[in-house]
Design a protein around this ligand. Structure first.
Ligand SMILES: Nc1ncnc2c1ncn2[C@@H]1O[C@H](COP(=O)(O)OP(=O)(O)OP(=O)(O)O)[C@@H](O)[C@H]1O
Ligand SMILES: [Mg+2]
Length: 248
């Protein structure tokens, strides 16, 4: 059960966040809350500003205005400080460190954690979640399949022991069967480890099936939000993001 219905303060709160790339206003005063234990999705078309939103949260692009709070405290602006504060990301395109092994990639993810024993325990946890990574721990990340790289990107982000895990298009370029495998794992990470997640996806159907609540981002603006199950049945959402009504 998430805190969304219980009136508690959000774990992550994005308030009036704007991002400009020169004259382009990529994000316009976006507001969004993620409560403890929730999976929240942001859906939107190509270029809607989803990656911009994620990168602004983790400090990879400068914020023009607005604030981001984690447990009521302002999230720092620099990316390494954001990770240390408790927000880590599996980025768009995965961005694993290709010349490093699976094992070394996971170690890199744990940079804010000084206790070696803790790092070892975390790594075991990741290998239990993704047995394919354990089998390939000495393999160079650049030689992994797309699906395995995605698992590694998620594992690397989890190695920082985040309070909130951000996922930017984990389904991108993957075969449907691999997408299902990864989404099943994400459900488990949420329900069994209690991990709070914010996911952005072009694959709106998958994202709405996975998440508890969702926001719709349209050319830099949040235009709609609600319970994911209800959004899945919403005719407007169906027409714009789910490829129209499914033929029986
Ligand atoms: N570094 C940049 N410089 C200039 N414009 C940018 C930059 N990055 C993104 N943009 C523009 O900002 C807008 C939002 O881009 P963004 O990558 O956030 O979209 P997105 O929703 O993640 O798209 P996609 O689904 O294709 O990943 C687009 O119009 C894009 O061209
Ligand atoms: Mg993107």
């Amino acid at each position: 059960m998430s805190d969304a219905a219980t009136g508690k303060a959000p774990l992550l709160s994005v308030q009036n966040l704007s991002v400009n790339y020169g004259a382009i206003k990529a994000l316009k005063r976006a507001n969004l809350d993620v409560f403890n234990g929730e999976i929240v999705a942001v859906i939107g078309a190509n270029g809607a500003g989803k990656t911009t939103l994620m990168n602004a949260i983790v400090g990879d692009v400068p914020r023009a205005e607005g604030i981001i709070l984690l447990e009521g405290a302002r999230l720092p602006a620099k990316s390494y400080q954001v990770v240390a504060a408790g927000v880590s990301i599996s980025p768009e395109g995965r961005k694993v460190f290709a010349p490093l092994t699976v094992h070394e990639n996971l170690e890199m993810g744990a940079f804010p954690i000084k206790d070696r024993n803790e790092v070892k325990k975390l790594r075991e946890k990741i290998y239990n979640l993704f047995p394919r990574l354990r089998e390939r721990m000495t393999q160079y990340a650049g030689t992994l399949s797309g699906g395995e790289q995605q698992m590694l990107a998620i594992g690397r982000a989890l190695m920082a022991r985040p309070r909130v895990l951000l996922l930017d298009e984990p389904s991108l370029g993957l075969a449907p069967i691999i997408i299902s495998e990864i989404f099943k794992e994400l459900t488990k990470i949420n329900s069994e480890l209690g991990m709070t997640m914010l996911i952005v996806e072009q694959n709106a159907r998958k994202a709405l099936q996975l998440s508890h609540r969702a926001y719709v981002l349209q050319t830099g603006e949040i235009t709609m939000s609600g319970n994911s199950k209800e959004l899945l049945r919403n005719p407007e959402i169906e027409a714009a993001y789910l490829g129209g009504k499914k033929k029986k």
